[in-house]
Design a protein around this ligand. Structure first.
Ligand code: F6P
Length: 562
């Protein structure tokens, strides 16, 4: 087994894992309410602050022994050592022989964790500083109106064209930091190959004042390239062939493809193959965010991520926020058989956080073999899903409260009220805290009976309603509080989840930094597209021979419509 892997043991073979299995036989009988009664000041002992964030993890089906065993498992699986290897630039992405050094992007030079100055002899700290300096110059020029379009007008509309990690991070962060964004700039995101996005957006834009950022690590992603070509054609049609030079910039690792597309290398903001797409918001992929909130704001975002890095590297496992979140997730996934985790941001501007975390977690840890290629015996990434509160309460929270599956929830909210409509914020926080309390508390049949009796409903009518109005309770959640929605706090929050995902990957012994599972569909799509677009004869051949009967049938129907 390569030295990059956590340990020769499968997680289920480790003594701590087996002890947790035995422990679960007892813990599965616990009611969280009883744990609060049995452990004085549980809410204080089961909460902590890090990098400005507050985590309450007291509403979990876990006691001090559970946490001690979970931390023992983290230790046995080599979380500390693997963390140090990641921060030190080891090629922990073993199927691609790459480091995962997104932490270096947010490390002030020479300042501790993640500040690895060189990688394979390359001075990456200087490379990072150079790109950050270029981002600062460019954002200052655009925001001050000194960067002119081809007709001499300042650019006030930004369109980020990218998908996956080249889209979800900047979009999530630009929306989350809405109140920090320059109101003179409007920022848009185009990701889907479905032209509806372009069709809905472009007619509303003034080409003379629009800047396109083509963000793609590979600069070969089909959706992004098709959208970039269509956007360029639209721009050229309105402003002429010279326009792309002033209205298109690129963010990529692939300078050859960028220049082949027709964007001058001088207008390309590079990053590197040791930055995974879903970890790239800290790199030049964050350019749209930097334009929106300014270079100082972007620096504060990086500083928030770095503050969480420091905590992750320095705090003991037992008081380490990403480790605790991760290990509680392991508890639910591997011992309590919970198949999903719901993310519930009680802050409308965090509306894209669930989708962002979905890629981060599911693309990283949605794996069925270990880093050494052997089949895993334990379940890995849960399904990540969710929506903002209070909207979710009026939709799927029914299942969270009374469904047959237990779904742990991460509630995330912000303490400082917005400048306006403060009364709304009080209601928002009240709902957030009430939901986690209700999930834990539940409502017994006797309580329901008493309520119905008080309302004058008795006898058979009462008994018929009792099961429907009973809540099992004992449903776990974490609550994360941001002091205020600032770039620093958002940076810390994103880094928290990155490290949580990393820790879980180490415990499961998987490579969290590749994503081979997305390749098969991409490859097949090319053949399917050819079958849809080729000359009738060639297409008929492909339609007849290349695909399964269901796909052939769909292709035939689609060809008739195209
Ligand atoms: O298809 C998955 C993926 O490779 C993601 O990992 C990545 O974030 C996304 O596509 C976009 O890739 P790129 O930035 O190279 O266009």
């Amino acid at each position: 087994m390569p030295s990059s892997l956590a340990t020769a043991l499968r997680p289920a073979d480790s003594p701590a894992f087996q002890a947790l299995g035995r422990h679960h036989a007892i813990a599965s009988q616990w009611r969280m309410h009883d744990l609060f009664d049995a452990e004085p000041a549980r809410e204080r002992r089961f909460s902590l602050e890090a990098a400005g964030l507050f985590l309450d993890y007291s509403k979990n089906r876990a006691d001090a022994e559970t946490l001690a065993l979970l931390c023992a498992l983290a230790r046995e699986r080599g979380v500390g050592q693997q963390r140090d290897r990641m921060f030190g630039g080891a090629a922990i992405n073993n199927t691609e022989q790459r480091a995962a050094l997104h932490t270096a992007l947010r490390a002030p030079p020479g300042s501790g964790p993640g500040s690895a100055p060189t990688l394979d002899g390359q001075d990456i700290a200087r490379d990072i500083a150079d790109v950050l300096a270029r981002i600062r110059t460019f954002t200052d020029q655009v925001r001050s109106g000194r960067w002119h379009g081809v007709t001499g007008k300042p650019l006030t509309t930004i369109v980020n064209i990218g998908i996956g990690g080249s889209f979800l991070g900047p979009k999530m962060a630009v929306h989350a930091l809405r109140t920090h964004c320059d109101p003179a700039l409007s920022i848009h995101f185009i990701s889907n190959v479905d032209a509806s996005e372009l069709d809905a957006l472009l007619p509303r834009l003034d080409a003379e004042t629009t800047l396109f950022i083509v963000a793609s690590k590979t600069f070969g992603t089909a959706e992004t390239m098709m959208n970039a070509h269509s956007a360029r054609a639209w721009l050229v049609a309105q402003c002429g062939a010279e326009a792309p030079a002033r209205h298109f910039v690129a963010v990529s690792t692939n300078v050859a493809a960028v220049t082949a597309f027709g964007i001058d290398a001088a207008n390309m903001f590079p990053f590197w193959d040791w930055v995974g797409g879903r970890y790239s918001v800290w790199s030049a992929v964050g350019l749209a965010l930097a334009l929106a909130i300014g270079a100082d704001g972007f620096d504060a975002f990086l500083a928030g991520g770095h503050a969480m890095d420091r905590h992750f590297c320095e705090a003991p496992l037992e008081a380490n926020m990403p480790v605790l979140l991760a290990m509680l997730g392991i508890w639910y996934r591997n011992f309590c058989d919970c198949g999903s985790l719901s993310i519930a941001p009680y802050w409308q501007d965090l509306q894209y956080l669930p989708a962002y975390l979905q890629q981060l977690d599911m693309e990283s840890n949605g794996k069925r073999v270990g880093a050494d290629g052997t089949a895993l015996q334990t379940a890995t990434a849960p399904v990540i899903w969710g929506d903002v509160g209070t909207n979710g309460q009026h939709a799927y929270f029914q299942l969270l409260h009374q469904g047959t599956d237990v779904v742990p929830v991460d509630f995330i909210t912000v303490l400082q009220p917005p400048a306006t409509h403060r009364r709304h914020h009080t209601a928002l926080l009240a709902n957030c805290f009430a939901q986690s309390a209700a999930l834990m508390r539940g409502k017994t049949a006797d309580e329901v009976r008493a309520e119905l009796h008080a309302a004058g409903i008795t006898g058979a009518a009462c008994e018929a309603l009792v099961p429907h109005k009973t809540f099992p309770g004992n449903r776990p959640s974490n609550t994360i509080l941001l002091p205020a929605m600032t770039p620093h706090a958002l940076g810390a929050l994103v880094a928290l989840y990155e490290h949580k995902v990393f820790v879980q990957g180490v415990v499961w012994g998987i490579n969290s930094f590749d994503q081979w599972g997305v390749e098969l569909g991409k490859a097949l799509a090319k053949g399917v597209e050819a079958a849809l677009t080729d000359a009738p004869e060639a297409a008929a051949n492909a339609v007849d021979t290349g695909f399964d009967p269901s796909t052939r049938n769909l292709l035939a129907r689609a060809r008739a419509a195209l």
